[in-house]
Design a protein around this ligand. Structure first.
Ligand SMILES: C[S@@+](CC[C@H](N)C(=O)[O-])C[C@H]1O[C@@H](n2cnc3c(N)ncnc32)[C@H](O)[C@@H]1O
Length: 286
């Protein structure tokens, strides 16, 4: 291997390592969802791509949207995110009541106050609120029939920045009338793309060129061989499983704490303080 190809290979490796860096970030807010396993990828994408605008079609309880809000705060991004949903459900998510919207608004208000906009509208109606080429990152996760997702794609593609990115959830689901896989087959080769196989699939479509869209060189490296493609997919599968199980443990722990009778809780707190007095940090076994 000559010097030039060796140095371009190490530049690629460095870029990829930089991209992967936030994959271990703890999930702050995990709501009821089938999306959780993609959160580490969303953290990496947000940190590396640093979009100025993000729009989500289909928010439900908010798992993917809150991951974006967390990334904005945690990575110091100058990004304005918008959540669009009628918060009524659909034939795949199931019809649901006002409690879902109430829960979403409460968490948004409590944890991410001041970050982002909420549009309670039909997707087609919301499109009139956005200029063409004004959105850097769009996540499409509404109704998953072929007709619905094709309509979302065609309506919102003109709104994406020339070097923007579109994400499609459920690219690997082929039952219950899901048709994202079919649309994905039609569009994946029109741009540089990657399709995650885990957590029901997530398609990543990167517009523009390698010079102006920083995610394109990453996807090109990853698409270079089957080994690289599978490793990237596998890495985020494991990162997703780990992050979700950690978040679930935290939720369970919190629920236990909330149910502890007050005297017992006081006793635990006191015994911790006593332990600290008897065994100062320097003498405690680790
Ligand atoms: C699969 S859920 C979204 C899941 C979410 N991204 C998460 O992280 O769990 C789909 C949502 O899209 C909404 N939806 C579907 N079609 C819609 C439309 N045409 N306009 C507005 N909302 C819609 C439904 O109300 C539902 O809440």
């Amino acid at each position: 291997m000559d010097m030039i190809s060796r140095s371009s290979e190490s530049a690629e490796t460095l870029r990829l390592l930089q991209f992967l860096e936030p994959a271990g970030t703890r999930i702050e807010t995990l709501t009821l969802t089938s999306w959780g396993g993609h959160i580490p990828f969303m953290f990496c994408l947000m940190n590396y791509f640093r979009p100025r605008t993000f729009l989500e079609l289909g928010t439900h309880y908010g798992a993917s949207f809150f991951a974006v809000c967390q990334a904005i705060r945690e990575f110091g991004l100058n990004c304005s995110p918008t959540a669009v949903d009628l918060w009524a459900g659909d034939e795949h998510a199931g019809k649901y009541g006002e409690n879902v919207y109430a829960s979403f608004r409460r968490i948004h208000q409590d944890k991410y106050h001041g970050i982002g906009c909420v549009l309670r509208k039909d997707f087609n109606e919301a499109a009139a609120d956005f200029d063409n080429q004004s959105l850097d990152l769009i996540h499409i996760d509404g109704l998953h029939t072929y007709e619905a997702v094709k309509n979302d794609y065609e309506t919102w593609l003109p709104k994406v920045s020339p070097n923007g990115i579109m994400l499609f959830h459920d690219t690997h689901v082929r039952e219950r009338g899901f048709g994202v896989w079919k649309l994905w087959d039609e569009i994946k080769d029109d741009y540089v793309s990657f399709n995650f196989s885990h957590t029901h699939g997530l398609g990543v479509l990167a517009l523009g060129s390698a010079d102006s869209n920083p995610v394109i060189p990453i996807l090109q490296t990853v698409n270079d061989s089957d080994i690289a493609r599978n490793s990237f997919d596998h890495f985020f599968r494991l990162a997703g499983e780990r992050a979700v199980s950690e978040a679930i443990s935290q939720i369970k722990l919190q629920a236990i704490r909330e149910r502890l009778p007050a005297p017992l809780l006081r006793l635990f707190r006191r015994s911790k303080a006593i332990r600290r007095k008897i065994f100062p940090a320097s003498t405690r076994a680790h």
